[in-house]
Each structure stands twice: as C-alpha cells, then as structure tokens.
Design a protein around this ligand. Structure first.
Ligand code: GLC
Length: 612
C-alpha cells in the first residue's frame, strides 16, 4: 500500500527555506492505535466485525453496489461509497493500454482509501479468454476449445497467466470461469462452455485455482467468479436468458455439478444467471441461492447479479423497489446495476428503513464482500502491482496460448492421410474469410463486447501461421474467395466458419450451416480438383454434413484467439492432434438439442477426435 504519511515537523525537509522555527517540542502523545480492521495481523473475521461496526447504512449499501466505470468516475464513486466498479465488455480507458488501465484502477483506489473508513473498491472485468478487453493482451482459445483439450492442468496455467495480466492492470476480480453446460448448440454462448456434460466444466474449475492462486492475497491472485448460476446452458431452444424447463434431479446432475466443485475449490464469487428455472427467474430464486448455494453447498463468498439482470424480474424496463427487495432477499449480495447506481442505493435504503429488507441481510452481504476484500489484501495493497504490467501479451503467455491452440484442434476427417501436410516444396493455396482475420479467429468478448472482424489486436492469423510453418521452398498463395486456384497446387486449406458474436446476438434459432460466402469459396476451390483441407473457425458445431463428402480433411479449430500459429502446428505435423469433441456434433440442425446418450445419431459423437 502506498504509504500515506504527513512529514514529521522535525524531519530535515521541514526546515527547507528556514520558514519553520524550531520550538520546544511539545510532549508528544502516542499516536492513536489504528482501528482493529486495519491490523493485518488480526483474523479476517475480527477485522470484518470491527469494520462493520463502524459503517453507516450508506457505507453498507455502497458495498453492495457495483457501477460501470462510465457511470461513476473515481471521485463520484468515493463520494457515494460505491464498493465495486466494473468494465462492461469493451469498456476501456483511453488509450487502451495496460499502463492506462493500471492508472485508471489506481485512481479509483486513491479516492476510495481517502474516505473516512478507507474501504478499497473491488474492480471486475470479463477476462474470459485472456484479459480480452485490453489491446495487446494474450487472447487464449475460448472455453469450447479448452474443453476440447481435455486438459485441466493447461486450463489452470492459462488462468494463472490471465491472472498475471489482469493484476498488471490493477484489476482484482474476473467474471470467469463460465461453468455453463451447453445443451443446445443454438445458444449464442455455447463457446463459453467447456462442454455439454458436467464432466469437462467440473474438471475445468481448475481455472478457479489458476485465477485465485493458493491464497487470495498471493502474488497476482484475482477473485474468480463461477457463472452463471444455474442452468444457463439448458434453456429450451438454446434461447439466451431463456427458460430451463427440467426437473430438479436433472438440474442438479447436469448444471449444478460444476458449481459444487467450484465452491469446493473456494471460488470467491458466484454470478447469477439471467435465465429462469421452470419459469422462475434465477435472480429471484431464494431456494437455489439461499438454500442450495449458500446453505447446502456452503458457499461463503458473495453473490453478484448479472448486468441489469434484476430489471428483468417484472418484465418491464428499469428496476423497482420490489425488484431490489426481491433479489437482495433471494440472496444476492452485490448488484451489477450498472448505471443508475444512486437510484439503486436510494431504493435499497428505503427498503431497509421500511423493514422489508432485514438489516441482518445487509450485514450478511457486507460480511461476504468485505471478507473477500480483506482476503485479497486490498486494504494493505490497494494499488496495481506494476511488476506484472509487462506480462500483458508477453511472449511467454503467447507461447502458452499457442500450446492451447494446438491441443484444442480436433481432427474430424483425414481421408487418404492428407494431413499432416508436407512443409517442403510445391504450392499451397489458402482461402476463406477466417484465414487471415484476428478478430474472426478470436470471436466475441475481444476488445469489444461482441468482438469484430479485422486486425483488432496484435496476434498471428492462421494464414500467417501457415506461412511461418512451411519451408522457403513452398509457395503459399492466399485469396479470400478462392479466386486463382488451379490444379497446380498440392493442397488447398480453406478456413471458414462464423464471425464474432456474444450472448443472445449469437443465438441461431434457424439454420446452423455455413454462410453463402463460405459455400461459394469452397465450391470454387473444390473445382480445382486438389486435396481440400477445411479448417472450421466457429463457436460451436455447424451443420456441415451435406458438404463434408467434398472435403478431404476437416479440423474443428473453434475460436483459437491471437495465436493462430497453433493451427498450423497441427496442419503441418509439428503437433499431432489430440483434441476431442466436448460437444456432440449434429448431423443436422433439426437434431438440436443433441447430446451424448439421447439416442440421436450424430455426425460425430461426444469425445470423437482422429489422430495421425
Ligand atoms: C454480461 C454477461 C456476463 C458478464 C456481465 C458483465 O451480460 O451475461 O457473463 O459477466 O454481463 O459484463
């Protein structure tokens, strides 16, 4: 913690300029002992109780309030005692650099600790595949690709690297990992899932350990968040924020299991799902939050809402006193408002003063939140640890990301052993809209909330990886649309699939096939009569059964992120494919939902993956 001190009048500097006349020193009384909550040697529980006893209702309500950075600048946040700030997807300082983030974070802390009680803020971001809001950060494969690796240890190392990059920007709370179990691939958040059965999401709770470290006040430890509790991946039709219509036995067996493991691992926060369970909004579900999560599972961290999620409880825009009361009494401890935070504070205060929200509920929420702030060491070290700022986008982290890309590739077809391709000699043709596009290969939640096509952040495209992989004797030609290909090429690599999206914008209630550009490109390339290797860059399985016979090889690449060279590592044999499907691959879209064991005949089953 940057020492805050006032120069001793007897210190040498005090006499500079001779203006300070030496007088007989007064009998100096011993300075007052610091309040117990400031004593880091005391048990956290005692520090919490001491601090709680000093807090006003406004202070306590402030701790339960999370505002977006654009709604509350540092001085306003401190004035209103806001306890948490977040950056929504893509909400970055200008310039969008690691140093600028750290300066922004420190500005919030500087104002917060200057308040009478000096309670530091906790700042949350969605670092869901690397510190993805920050330009230049390492962008790792999205969770569906990490699920394909089947490697919890790798996921833990990725989370640790991500925690280092987050810490280097000051931020201390990550709204990750998503532990959703994606049951219907029409869902726009399928790529945020590690898999369609609880096994892989449960195993990948190793991300919690990677983010939080062995202890929360360890170097570069950040608070992890298990989200979205519970059943977000099981909605009817794969409708984002929809209704999960299953009995409690299935809810527990499929969707609750990963959260049980995350709680066992000591996850510090849980974010509630927008979705409903059998018609009851999760943000109003006291049974599942108070009784199951906090009671049965013994979760002692704090529960945060999703973005403006309590606004949805009455089906009307905006939030009301009743929605505030209902969600807080259902067990939510912090509300991601995120804009009208003063209105939230006023409504909650009125509910408490009217006795409709018990003070005991307010105190319980504050105990949970303050406990994590003490455990993170925020009172002792509120400012950015700049030793980690240089890790953002570091070669070491990019190397780890490339390893993850390699391990996430799933080989689905390889007729005639066309893969691995030789590195030496001849000509290779590369086509497809996703071959040379960092934005497309990174997907949503990259620099902006929805992500976007183009050179949005530094990295290596799949095409650049191919060029780096082949020997100088090999000529690589690229044309996005396949124009110019002929029989003189020894192979064609066509990189197709989806363009970026996030959340509901990615729902696909209708067709799930390739778009017209991709189909035209593939047809053009296939006319040349050379071996065709298709690389599918997408956030989910696509409906490609009709086209598959015309392809010699198919690799599911998912959303690899900035280190596209990892794809070439598999195409040219520097890494033999080890990935397996974390989700069942439909034979047609009308099979959705299609999951292991449901009796439907898929194109490729859960766990499928070829070797060479
Ligand atoms: C979004 C997402 C959630 C994210 C939050 C803050 O709507 O549902 O995953 O953590 O809002 O960006």
């Amino acid at each position: 913690m940057a020492a805050r001190h006032h120069p001793d009048p007897d210190s040498p500097g005090a006499h500079r300029g001779g203006l300070y006349r030496r007088v007989a020193p007064a009998v100096s009384a011993a300075p007052p002992a610091p309040p117990l909550y400031r004593d880091a040697s005391k048990p956290v529980a005692d520090r919490v109780e001491d601090l709680l006893a000093r807090m006003t209702l406004q202070d306590k309500i402030g701790q339960m309030t999370q505002a977006e950075r654009q709604a509350a600048d540092p001085k306003a946040a401190a004035r209103d005692r806001v306890g948490s700030i977040l950056s929504g997807g893509g909400s970055a300082p200008t310039p969008n650099t690691a140093e600028s983030w750290a300066d922004m974070y420190d500005a919030y802390q500087r104002e917060a600790i200057a308040t009478p009680l000096g309670i530091p803020i906790i700042y949350g971001v969605d670092a869901v595949h690397g510190h993805n809001n920050v330009y230049g950060a390492t962008i790792f494969p999205h969770n569906i690709g990490l699920g394909a690796t089947g490697d919890p240890e790798l996921v833990q190392r990725i989370a640790r690297a991500t925690a280092e990059e987050i810490s280097g920007t000051g931020i201390d709370w990550d709204f990750a990992p998503c532990l959703c179990v994606a049951r219907n691939d029409r869902w726009g958040r399928t790529y945020e899932s590690f898999g369609e059965t609880p096994q892989r999401p449960t195993a990948m709770t190793s991300a919690v350990t990677g983010l939080q470290g062995d202890h929360l006040d360890g170097p570069a430890s950040v608070l992890a968040t298990a989200k979205h509790y519970v059943g977000d991946g099981g909605t009817t039709g794969g409708d984002d924020q929809g209704n999960t219509e299953i009995d409690e036995e299935e809810l527990r067996a499929i969707h609750l299991a990963p959260f049980t493991e995350a709680v066992r691992r000591g996850v510090g926060a849980v974010m509630i799902s927008y979705s409903s369970w059998n018609g009851v909004k999760m943000h109003a579900n006291s049974y599942l939050i108070n009784d199951v999560l906090k009671g049965e599972l013994g979760f002692t961290g704090f529960v945060v809402s999703d973005w403006q999620a309590i606004d949805q409880l009455d089906g009307q825009p905006g939030f009301t006193a009743e929605e505030v009361r209902t969600s807080i009494n259902a067990g939510l401890d912090m509300i991601m408002v995120p804009h009208e935070y003063q209105k939230f504070m006023d409504l909650l205060r009125a509910e408490v003063e009217a006795g409709r929200v018990p003070m005991a509920r307010i105190d319980d929420a504050n105990r949970r939140i303050l406990t994590k702030k003490f455990e993170l060491g925020l009172f002792e070290r509120p400012f950015t640890d700049r030793a980690y700022t240089g890790t953002v986008g570091s070669p070491e982290h990019r190397g780890l990301a490339r390893e993850a890309v390699r391990e996430s590739q799933v080989l689905l077809k390889n007729d005639g052993g066309v893969l691995p391709l030789a590195k030496d000699g001849g000509k290779i043709f590369v086509a497809g809209k996703n071959a040379d596009d960092i934005g497309n290969q990174s997907g949503g939640w990259t620099i902006s909330w929805q992500g976007s096509s183009g050179p949005i952040t530094p990295g290596t495209t799949i095409l650049e990886g191919i060029r780096q992989a082949v020997s100088p004797s090999t000529e690589v030609t690229y044309d996005r649309y396949g124009n110019g290909i002929d029989g003189s090429y020894r192979a064609a690599i066509v990189v197709v699939g989806e363009t970026p999206y996030a959340e509901g914008a990615g729902d696909r209630p209708a067709g799930m096939g390739l778009d017209q550009e991709d189909l035209a490109t593939l047809a053009r390339v296939q006319q040349a009569g050379v071996p065709v290797v298709v690389v599918l860059v997408s956030g989910r399985p696509l409906d490609i059964a009709a086209e598959l016979p015309g392809w010699d090889a198919l690799v599911a690449s998912w959303l690899p992120g900035t280190e596209g060279a990892g794809v070439a590592d598999v195409l040219f044999g520097d890494h033999h494919p080890t990935g397996t499907l974390p989700v069942t691959w439909m034979a047609s879209a009308d099979q959705q939902p299609i999951n292991d064991g449901d009796g439907k005949q898929p194109l490729f089953p859960l766990g499928f993956g070829l070797r060479y």
